[in-house]
Design a protein around this ligand. Structure first.
Ligand code: CP
Ligand code: NVA
Length: 305
């Protein structure tokens, strides 16, 4: 596989192998023994949107592996505006060894991959967030042993993070449930793919609107912002619709006793998640954020070595 654009492109065995590699690299890092697997290789990081985790974890991941990373801001590149995506892809292919891109339209990262002769990694699009999902699977595995047969519930907007989480759950045999408000569903095509993967792994996809019903038996509760980047004009409307979907202590108490609470961050405390939950005993928010670096190192090493 040249690129990492969507979890849907990878088989369950390939995903598990990336997770195993991440576990290995994380153990080496913890022992202070990073291997220079990507010595002298450089990753270009193209951002059309802001970032803390994606930017820092990819940059540090490249340094750990003996390489380097270049940050290219929205203003510098003007992807598809100052210059066509096909031209950007062909130009950077001659300078660096890989590209990570955070874009608005998913077609833009697909187009980059089509025209680049080097690996392209999707660092979030309006459609999905595969690096987040891979890292989240690592965190779930660390807490619950294995995804097979687990009940994972997403509460909130049927957004990019929900799509990739559904895909990885379905691929790895976890039962995925979402409770989202009417009209804020995941895209139908993504759901169809998820159903196909769930059938192959023997798991289930359940689409609900009631968060209380959705968290019953949940071993993982996941939430994300009600207003994603690029949706700022919808902020007022969304703030009226989403409050019943807040992950608070009362909702968490309705799940399994050993439930872990996850959020890709940035969190809007007091909106989709309360401080009590974000900082409470079930929260894995910060180890989850840190695992971005470990999981992505496995992707970088696999694609660029
Ligand atoms: N979760 C995540 O992708 O965070 P950033 O937007 O800060 O990169
Ligand atoms: N759904 C959020 C995720 C941020 C990491 C967004 O797209 O803004």
């Amino acid at each position: 596989m040249k690129d990492f654009l969507t979890i849907a492109d990878y088989s369950p065995e390939e995903i598990q192998s990336l997770l195993d590699y991440a576990v290995e690299l994380k153990a080496e890092w913890a022992d202070g023994g990073n291997r220079p697997i990507l010595k002298d290789k450089v990753l270009a990081m193209i951002f059309q949107k802001p970032s803390l985790r994606t930017r820092v974890s990819f940059d540090m991941g490249m340094r750990h592996l003996g390489g380097d990373a270049l940050y290219l801001s929205p203003a510098e590149i003007g992807l598809g505006k100052r210059e066509s995506i096909a031209d950007v892809a062909r130009v950077v292919s001659g300078y660096v060894d890989g590209v990570m891109a955070r874009v608005f339209a998913h077609e833009h990262v697909e187009k980059l991959a089509e025209w680049a002769s080097i690996p392209v990694i999707n660092g979030l699009s309006d459609y999905n967030h595969p690096c987040q999902a891979l890292s989240d699977a690592l965190t779930i595995q660390e807490n619950h042993g294995n995804l097979k047969g687990l009940n994972v519930t997403f509460v909130g907007d049927g957004n990019n993070v929900a799509v990739s989480l559904m895909h990885i759950c379905a691929k790895l045999g976890a039962n995925f449930t979402i409770a989202n408000p009417q009209g804020y569903d995941m895209p139908e095509a993504a759901i169809q793919e998820g159903r196909q993967f769930a059938q192959e792994s023997g798991s289930t996809i359940t689409l609900l609107h009631d968060p209380h019903q959705a968290v019953k038996n949940a071993q993982v509760i996941y939430t994300d912002t009600w207003v994603s980047m690029g949706q700022i004009e919808e902020v007022e409307k969304r703030r009226q619709v989403f409050p019943p979907y807040q992950v608070n202590a009362q909702l968490v108490a309705e799940a399994e006793k050993d439930v872990i609470v996850m959020h890709c961050l940035p969190a809007h405390r007091g909106e989709e998640i309360t401080d009590e939950v974000a900082d409470g005993p079930h929260s894995v928010l910060f180890p989850q954020a840190h695992n971005r670096m470990h999981a992505q190192k496995a992707v970088l090493a696999r694609l660029m070595a």
